[in-house]
Design a protein around this ligand. Structure first.
Ligand code: SF4
Length: 381
């Protein structure tokens, strides 16, 4: 893969630990950190923790010890992305003809960047819903800032991501408040947060678990599986089914999209129509699928693309083990967490209900469109 198309930007990785430490030392800002779903599969590897020990709750305690003020979970905004994206998909299906191209997910910046450079003619097919990282930043600097009586500039919004491409996504001009304040001020990769913990000489085994903060620290199992290939599609279909039928399907109904193959599919009935969804990971598989779609050899309605093989669990910001592909070993942690969760549907998340009730109204409302959606422009990379 050449440097310009490296989905994760690993060949030009920038270290932001110094900037982070400066923000933590600044008494004029409140640091709000979000932890991406895939982090819980990998942050403990450098410290010899088992997946059961390396919980997001233990990481929360360590982050507070280091000096972060408020610790939240990106699974909250993964649920928010699902609310918007599944509603957007159902609207898209009202007009879609069988031979039309499908709607594509857009929460992977490696894929979005690839589409902008290689397939700009497809940009209108991409979901306009922002990624969980960016929805989180937007909600933090508006609704949440208001709740705690701060201005957007008084909040330093940080995300811990498995992904180097997320740094560039946070810096896109379209991902800022009207006053130019970025929704996400800084992105740290799993490797960077590991370095920070080590630089403080901390042994995570000595830290107990603690709850994440409310209300943006609550996420569903559907939000957790975002970290694996197929997880976004499965979560979206769970909620789309509910929006159409007014009741939940069994949470595992769409599990055919799980797995390690480069391309998988599931067909389901939504609103009396057969809906075919395809999940693809890795850019070589993505290119092949797009060429087949354009040639009319494959037809489908909804496509999830993750640039990294295996999805974010195998992302370019995750710990690297020479000669070992870790995605398949990490993904089961996410499915275990989802399976054991009482809350497995994004639309059932009480914090999601609260943010719609208090601020956004309904999915795709004017406020939601303004805050949570974007337009993909080929020149903005
Ligand atoms: Fe980043 Fe995940 Fe996309 Fe990889 S799959 S580029 S880690 S968002």
């Amino acid at each position: 893969q050449c440097i310009t198309h490296c989905p994760v930007g690993a060949l030009s990785e920038r270290d932001d630990v110094g900037r982070m430490k400066k923000a933590l030392a600044d008494p004029n800002v409140t640091t709000v950190v979000q932890i991406a779903p895939a982090i819980r599969t990998a942050w403990g590897e450098a410290f010899g923790l088992t997946p059961q020990e390396a919980t997001v709750q233990r990481l929360a305690t360590i982050l507070r010890h280091i000096g972060f003020d408020i610790v939240f979970d990106t699974t909250f905004s993964a649920d928010l992305t699902i609310m918007e994206e599944s509603s957007e998909f159902l609207k898209f299906m009202q007009h879609k003809q069988p031979d039309d191209l499908p709607m594509f997910t857009s929460c992977c910046p490696g894929w979005v960047r690839f589409a902008k450079s290689e397939y700009p003619e497809l940009l209108d097919q991409l979901s306009t819903s922002k990624s969980p990282q960016q929805m989180f930043g937007a909600v933090t600097k508006t609704w949440y800032a208001d709740k705690i009586g701060l201005t957007p500039k008084q909040i330093f919004s940080v995300s811990i991501m498995p992904c180097v491409a997320k740094k560039a996504e946070a810096e896109l001009p379209s991902m800022t408040r009207d006053d130019g304040t970025p929704d996400v001020d800084l992105v740290l990769t799993t490797r960077e947060i590991t370095r920070m913990i080590k630089s403080e000489y901390l042994d995570p085994k000595n830290f107990a678990e603690s709850r994440l903060d409310d209300p943006l620290g609550i996420g569903s199992g559907a939000g957790v599986i975002f970290g694996s290939t197929g997880g976004v599609m499965e979560a979206a279909l769970r909620s789309a089914y509910y929006f159409v039928n007014g009741e939940n399907a069994d949470a595992d109904t769409f599990k055919a999209v799980r797995g390690e193959n480069g391309c998988r599919e599931v067909t389901t009935q939504l609103g009396g129509k057969d809906v075919k969804a395809i999940v693809v990971n890795g850019l070589a598989n993505t290119r092949q699928l797009i060429e087949n779609l354009k040639a009319g050899k494959v037809h489908c309605d909804f496509v999830e693309v993750m640039a990294c093989p295996g999805g974010c669990v195998g992302g370019g910001g995750q710990p690297i083990h020479d000669g070992e592909e870790m995605a398949a070993r990490r993904a089961p942690t996410l499915y275990r967490l989802d399976h054991n969760d009482q809350l497995r549907f994004s639309h059932d998340n009480p914090s999601i209900k609260m943010v719609y009730q208090e601020y956004l109204g309904d999915p795709l409302s004017d406020t939601a469109e303004h805050l949570l959606h974007t337009h993909h422009v080929a020149s903005e990379r």
